[in-house]
Design a protein around this ligand. Structure first.
Ligand code: GDP
Length: 451
């Protein structure tokens, strides 16, 4: 997501900052390129117009053109404008302040990711806040959707703990009746949140809107969250506009941010609907739900990276004690193959490698060069297999792994002796590098150009 836009905008600002002084004509030319880049990224035309005119107005002022690094000053203005377009600094949290059970209404087109997102939100509330969540499908046309919700609750292993439960189906009930029953059960059984997953249609129609509006009136939800598929670009914005006008929404969840959507929908949503993007979905798994931080997204678009997001993701997914234990062993020069296997597991938990790279400053270009393809991580999987075919003594003291052991390990892991050799060589290189780091300290090493 955003790779293409990011690549183009970074190019524009690189060009600007290479020049010492800027003229108004330079800014005009740069803004023309920004405009094209945004249109290419599928940002809605009125949003692009407003964006470019605001940036231009601020950028041709004397403080900017006369400043020491006008290119950077213009980039800062664009950064601010991006943040504003994305909804202003800071994530907007879900508003669940009402008296429990707090109703949350999920709306959107069929296939947008509504049911999955309902499950993701339930999981997050249950695991992070220990809230008890009742999930209710109002889709009377699609019993499969109701089953899907029940399965989601099971999958998360939370039903067993009574934290996430889906409302049993009663044949013949309509959406409004189900919503009433869900809230009744929620009250009687002491749930904190009741998530009402409405039916979707393949496209917007009046019957759907009337049904959703009716449910909203009855349920009086604290949040009416519209789920839109980021991959549908301009259509997502039109859908949001229609739902907001007919039903009224309090927030947007953009699903499929993991795809190669051009990102325009995210940039247009706030201006077109007035509602903030509150959450984003980045995968089919139930933990693939993120808060939406406009300033971080803007940073990513401009190639400034999202270090805050990376650190957050790391602290959410990594086992802190384990990381510290391995780091201590590294520093003591006692890193072994067990530790290496543990590192591979931790990397795997953080998600796709390219999504991690994207959060690092200046890495947007690299992932763009991959052309939307994932980095080849099969080598990590292979290494994991090889290490698990070793005896614990071999893992602790890889030096003892000679020809016959290599053959046995290769056979056990379904790899070749060359693969085993490659792993051992890489491990050897890593150990050498760590010893150097220990001797010189990280700074010394970077200065020496060793990394
Ligand atoms: P609904 O009809 O709106 O309830 O949509 P579903 O929740 O059933 O989702 C439709 C499909 O999209 C399913 O296969 C989901 O696994 C998938 N999906 C949902 N959210 C995401 C997401 O954030 N990323 C990806 N890649 N797939 C998603």
């Amino acid at each position: 997501m955003f790779e293409q836009l990011s690549g183009k905008l970074s190019g524009v600002f690189e060009g600007l900052s290479k020049r010492g002084a800027l003229s108004e004509a330079d800014v005009t030319e740069a803004m023309r390129e920004v405009r094209l880049a945004m249109l290419d990224a599928d940002v809605a035309l009125p949003v692009v117009r407003e964006f470019v005119s605001q940036v231009r107005e601020r950028a041709v002022g004397h403080e900017v053109l006369d400043s020491i690094s006008p290119g950077q000053a213009v980039a800062k203005i664009v950064n601010d404008a991006l943040i504003a377009a994305l909804g202003g600094a800071g994530a907007v949290p879900l508003n669940l302040e009402a008296v429990p059970p707090v109703p949350v209404l999920m709306v959107g087109l069929q296939g947008s990711g509504k049911t999955t997102t309902s499950g993701k939100i339930a999981l997050r509330l249950a695991t992070r806040e220990r809230k008890r969540v009742l999930l209710a499908s109002l889709d009377t046309q699609r019993p499969a959707a109701q089953l899907q919700l029940a399965q989601l609750a099971d999958q998360a292993g939370l039903r067993a703990q009574g934290l996430v439960v889906s409302l049993p189906i009663v044949a013949g009930q309509g959406p409004v009746e189900i919503a009433r029953r869900a809230l009744d059960v929620g009250r009687r059984e002491g749930y904190d949140v009741v998530i009402l997953d409405t039916a979707g249609r393949l496209s917007i129609d009046e019957a759907l809107m009337a049904e959703v509006a009716e449910v909203r009136k009855v349920a009086q939800p604290a949040e009416t969250l519209l789920v839109v598929d980021a991959m549908t670009g301009q259509d997502a914005v039109n859908t949001a506009k229609a739902f907001n006008e007919a039903v009224g929404i309090t927030g947007v969840v953009m699903s499929r941010m993991d795809g190669d959507a051009r990102g325009g929908a995210a940039l247009s949503m706030r201006a077109i609907t007035g509602a903030p993007i509150k959450l984003t979905g980045s995968g089919e798994k139930l933990d693939a739900l993120e808060e939406f931080h406009p300033e971080r997204v803007a940073g990513r678009i401009l190639g400034l990276g999202d270090i805050a997001g990376l650190v957050e993701r790391a602290s959410d997914t990594l086992d802190q004690e384990e990381s510290e234990r391995v780091a201590r062993k590294m520093m003591a020069g006692k890193f072994d193959l067990d530790d290496y296997a543990s590192q591979i597991r931790q990397i795997g938990k953080m998600g796709s490698i390219s999504s991690i790279l994207n959060m690092l400053p200046g890495m947007g270009k690299l992932t763009q060069a991959l052309g939307g393809k994932e980095l080849d991580t099969s080598i990590l999987t292979r290494h994991q297999a090889i290490i698990s075919s070793m005896t614990s003594k071999e893992r602790k003291t890889p030096d003892i792994i000679k020809a016959s052991r290599k053959k046995r390990i290769a056979a056990g892991s379904g790899t070749t002796v060359q693969d085993v050799n490659k792993l051992l060589k890489q491990f050897d290189d890593m150990s050498t590098m760590m010893k150097r780091i220990n001797k010189m300290g990280l700074k010394g090493l970077m200065r020496g150009g060793g990394m």
